[in-house]
Design a protein around this ligand. Structure first.
Ligand SMILES: [Zn+2]
Length: 139
């Protein structure tokens, strides 16, 4: 019997690394579970312009709307804001000698990318997200 007292957020997706490895492609696993970054200009959604909703490749959580997507020229899909604020978590990331803000899926804790304060108005934010962490559901 699962002990529900210790899981206050019951909507969280918790799987073993073994399960994730089975369900994700090697690239998705590397990004979502090992915080890898795909090579710039290599992801399938960088130049995607179809309208739709981007969901988490790991758990299907709604992450970004195509309306918030813009061409940043940085080599990764970029968004000005998440579709639902509570669907993404942000954490300070000091790896690689930089101070950045990491963006994670709030549901499965998968690594998505980083958010930078150099985006266009109105938010001024640039959510720089790995294509491998996303799945587009075209409208
Ligand atoms: Zn997720």
């Amino acid at each position: 019997m699962p002990d529900t007292r210790t899981t206050p957020t019951e909507t969280k997706v918790a799987k073993s690394e073994e399960q994730w490895r089975r369900e994700l492609t090697p690239m998705q696993y590397a990004v979502l579970r090992e915080k890898a970054t795909e090579r710039p200009f290599s992801g399938e959604y960088e130049h995607e312009h179809r309208p739709g909703t981007y969901v988490c490749a790991g758990c299907g959580n709604t992450l970004f709307e195509s309306d918030a997507k813009f061409d940043s020229g940085c080599g990764w899909p970029s968004f000005t804001e998440p579709a639902v604020e509570s669907h993404v978590d942000e954490e300070t990331d000091t790896s690689n000698g930089m101070i950045r803000t990491e963006v994670l899926c709030a549901k499965c804790s998968g690594h998505l990318g980083h958010v930078f304060p150099d985006g266009p108005a109105p938010t001024g934010l640039r959510y720089c997200i790995n294509s491998a962490a996303l799945k587009l559901k075209p409208r």
